[in-house]
Design a binder for this molecule. Sequence first.
Ligand code: NAD
Length: 305
Amino acid sequence: MSGTRIGFIGLGAMGFHMATRLAEAGYPLAIFDVRKDVLESFQGDDVSIHPSSKEVADHAEIVLASLPSPGVSKEVALGQDGLIHGSRIKIYIDLSTTGESAASEIGEALLSKGIQVLDSPVSGGVPGAQKGTLSIMIAGDKAVYDQCHPMLSRLGSKIFYIGGKVGQAQAMKVINNLLSSAALALTSEAMVLGVKAGLDPSVMIDVLNVSTGRNSATQDKFKQFIINRKFDYGFKTSLAYKDIKLYQDLAEKLQVPLFMGSNIVNFWRYVLTQGGNDEDSTCVIKYIEQWAGVEVAENHKKETN
Ligand code: NAD
């Protein structure tokens, strides 16, 4: 398949690295992003730049996308200049987190035009996109999944076939992301408490990571991005909140109560109302630090008020 031109739409924090890995594996690419600067900085031996999603779909049989919101995913797939109007496209692989409803709507519309769809959200963050170690959750036709597996294995080292119905992988993904955001929020609260109690945050993380309190925030975020105050994990608060809302939408649709989840929704909504929208999601701890008057930093004795 590495002779086939692959389309890639959305070269942001995740998409840029994923498209780069495909170019490095020898796939000719057709790319589009609304940001000209990212298109111009993209490196690859055989890369064509196009002015719209439709034109990418005029030049590639398989098109991948990594886009910031369900609305943008719908516009890119089904809008006036959307890939649904492309003349060559046969398979669309959406790597974005769009939620179950948007994925189903996109899937039904494209399938009715004879375009196969793999609903394929990813997890593992920017480092995973860079290294090709993402986990990829995929729903759609099994034969199409089998056909695309070799290419997708350039992007992820853990690829899961979730089911035959487009939208099922999104359900899996938003469940994962609610748990990830809950872990970050609750671990932030616990770390602030520990520091206020006089504990060393670095030692706390060492203890947690070999004890039953360990989670994705203790393992992958606190030492790497929070205690050193770098706050550059690469996943924006606005995107984290989008995924939490998509979880809430799914729960409402399926009439499942959110006793714990609603606290997580409210906490992240609070952060957005305080101006955290464009911050890195690891910054959420700062809002708890402000209440408590301590900083979870290497110099942990520092009091902020
Ligand atoms: P991003 O905002 O950095 O990148 C999105 C890209 O899409 C940008 O380059 C933007 O210019 C482009 N874009 C916006 N509108 C467009 C349009 N109409 N046509 C073409 N391009 C358009 O976002 P990201 O962090 O790369 O995330 C992308 C997706 O991956 C999101 O759905 C996110 O939830 C998901 N995701 C992100 C991470 C992460 O750690 N960043 C991890 C897992 C999943």
